[in-house]
Design a protein around this ligand. Sequence first.
Ligand code: SAM
Length: 283
Amino acid sequence: MLDNKGFDLWSDDYDKSVNLSEQDNDYPFAGYRDVLNTIYNQIRVKNEAKILDIGFGTGVLTKRLYDDGYEIWGIDFSEKMIEISREKMPEAKLIQYDFSKGIPDELVDENFDFIISTYALHHLNETEKVKFLTKLLDLLNNKGMILIGDVAFETRKMHDKCKSDCGEDNWDDEEFYLVFDEIEKSFKEVEFTQISHCAGVLRLSNKIVDKRNILDDEVFTYKITKDKKVFISWRGKQVTTLSGKKGEEFIRKIEDADFLEKQLIMAKETGNFKRGNEKGRGK
Ligand SMILES: C[S@@+](CC[C@H](N)C(=O)[O-])C[C@H]1O[C@@H](n2cnc3c(N)ncnc32)[C@H](O)[C@@H]1O
């Protein structure tokens, strides 16, 4: 498995070698452009978005989004990849970090509309992937989405067929490819699209479900003070205070939200309805 120095060495040739593998419709990059386009088109539905790219590499996908005016953040552990991408996207917030260690400190208080990753997460095994993706779900805004494009298969049978078709010598046994029907049980809101014989796009979100329609009543209310502190109340009783970055983020989200969205945002902030599980605070 390549470490950050390995990716440093690959960085100058990366785009060329990906193109060759893609043109020949070969594992591992068959369908590469379509994977990136699928993610790009999904994001373009929104005019404004804050996006985090995990393992952005030479910035093939992120640069397009950057040029379209989206706010770009990224993590990569290769100094050379960061150098190449920084030149293309000077305003992007690019962080050097090894994602096998989790989420960098710079991101714990941030929220994103989209978290994307292409051809990078196969460096984590399935348990590590589930753990990492679960942490990423917590960085999503209300209605946010994680989009993962990678070497990926709907079933283990398809994975094994691809492995035997391409031959032991060409197959990288040190990488862990996503198998949808094995990983889907770990998430509530999850979808998968197979794009080529060896690539696919996984979508994850935190759809918050108000199963008992409690939020149709105005159970949550909020007040914003002059110094931008936010006080959230549940049925008239103050339950949460947000200040600093958290408060600003809340104000930004709440301003554009409709009635039910406002209720869901406040439910999420107070931890009441996390991922569809109402914790059932008493009336
Ligand atoms: C195959 S490239 C993919 C680049 C780009 N996303 C694309 O689709 O072309 C994988 C990228 O992930 C980065 N990467 C791999 N493992 C990583 C890790 N543990 N932490 C941070 N970055 C990592 C590499 O440095 C490299 O830039």
